[in-house]
Design a protein around this ligand. Structure first.
Ligand SMILES: [Fe+2]
Length: 113
């Protein structure tokens, strides 16, 4: 499964990074961590979901839904999937990472029972 969103780096000075992501209907990321980066995400439009990996249960058990105006954080040890919850409308998010994101992507079989 490949990522199916449009990612645009708006700013990167080597210390921090600002990224805009446009999410087509039903698109989602691959499971990923955030390396040594911490991030703050703001939803600009649409319905965005986040499925968070539970290390104890070895599965994605926590799901959050965000709407325009919501903000949430990504921590160094967060493994999650993000995507557009709508099957008709686009979604858009802005992400600030410091240091600039160097994520690791996972295959589901690496994470889940
Ligand atoms: Fe992420």
């Amino acid at each position: 499964m490949a990522d199916s969103y449009e990612r645009e780096v708006i700013f990167d000075d080597g210390i921090s990074e600002i990224v805009r992501i446009k999410w087509p209907p039903c698109s989602k990321s691959e499971p990923h961590d955030h390396g040594v980066s911490v991030g703050l995400i703001k939803v600009i439009g649409g319905l965005v979901f986040e499925r968070i990996y539970d290390r104890t249960r070895r599965d994605f058990t926590i799901q959050n839904i965000y709407v325009a105006g919501d903000t949430f954080s990504e921590w160094k040890d967060t493994i999650h999937i993000m995507g557009n919850f709508s099957n008709t409308e686009w979604a858009e998010t802005y992400h600030i990472y410091t240091p600039p994101l160097q994520m690791r992507k996972y295959k589901l079989e690496e994470l889940c029972n």
